[in-house]
Design a protein around this ligand. Sequence first.
Ligand SMILES: *Cc1c(COP(=O)(O)O)cnc(C)c1O
Length: 406
Amino acid sequence: MTETSFQPRFQGFDCSGPCGGRFDAREPRSVCPRCDRPLLARYDLEAIAARLTPSDLPRFGTDLWRYRAVLPFASSIALVRLGEGGTPLRPLPRLAEELGLRELWLKEEAGNPTHSFKARGLALAVNGALAFGRRGIALPSAGNAGSAAAAYAAAAGVRCRITMPQDTPEAFVLSARALAAEVRLVPGTIAEAARALAEWAPAPEWWNVATFREPFRLEGKKTLGYEIAEQSGWRLPEVIFYPTGGGTGLVGMWKAFGELFTLGWTEGPMPRMIAVQAAGCAPVVRAFESGSDRVEPWADAWTLASGLRVPSPFAGELILRALREARGGVIAVSEEEMLEGMKDLAEREGCFACPEGGAVAAALRRLRASGEVQPEERVVVFNTGSGLPYAEAWRRARANVGGAAR
Ligand SMILES: *Cc1c(COP(=O)(O)O)cnc(C)c1O
């Protein structure tokens, strides 16, 4: 790798844990070398704000590289780009009316390359791997991350090894293989897949791009926060519902909003962020509710929402910190509620949602009923990917659990 791969305002990495470690970007960095926690990319935001205002952004295009001033790479390098980011923030008027909300918006991520928001993170991670001089990437995935990694690796001309739980929906396995990745199926959850990967694709030959195991996926996900802010006229919404698995999007938005306050592009307060999980795998919900600052592994994790089946998120402490700083909350929804949420989005709003999106819609319905979300609050929900790969979930939703088939 060369230092010129990075832009001058990118300063290196801070440890996200209490060790306080600060590291430069002269050598490849994965996690904190002192305490093994996730690293956070650091920029000279004052210098960036002095040279750039939001009115300059259109000159950088409409995809996520619009925010390249706050991303790590030098303008001189040829990036691998597939058209990631720049997705719509669109209104959900029918659901808003039914739920008694003045303003409800959907961040619709299904239009990303390989049809999910995982493209944002993997775009940054694969360009980061190239900047670090790596020629092979590897990750465990329960679905969308695998397809996205495979696509960027193919376009970058680097090798890609993926381990997936055996019961991963077939469309994900097929698309990753179609995109030239080597895929191995492993019994168990993504936790077992991660263990199998360590043997099959060891460092340093294989650069691990698993969630929070390298610092750049977070930078890609952070663009969600920049886009929501800009698409809201730099007036942040009051509440954001996020389907939380490994937590990169949640932590990414928290990082983005903090950066935006320092840049002076928007003012606080930070939106209240609600982490939505499935009742069959809700380690973050349990930890937050018990007041813990650590997330303990969830036993026998299962849900149709494969992106939420993360029994032991590596960045658990950071997720809890982001939630508390955002005065946020947590909620676990049942599989039945999730399926109903998918149908709500599809039948009322024309959104062919993934189960994770359905979970978010169900969570909003519940928190409106309980009064935790108020009618005058501006709310953003996420559909994090297309419903298309989730044939089994949609078959069940169509069978209309607990009612007549439509
Ligand atoms: C991975 C994934 C999630 C969870 O995202 P994290 O950033 O890991 O919390 C949610 N929805 C879908 C569709 C996903 O693929």
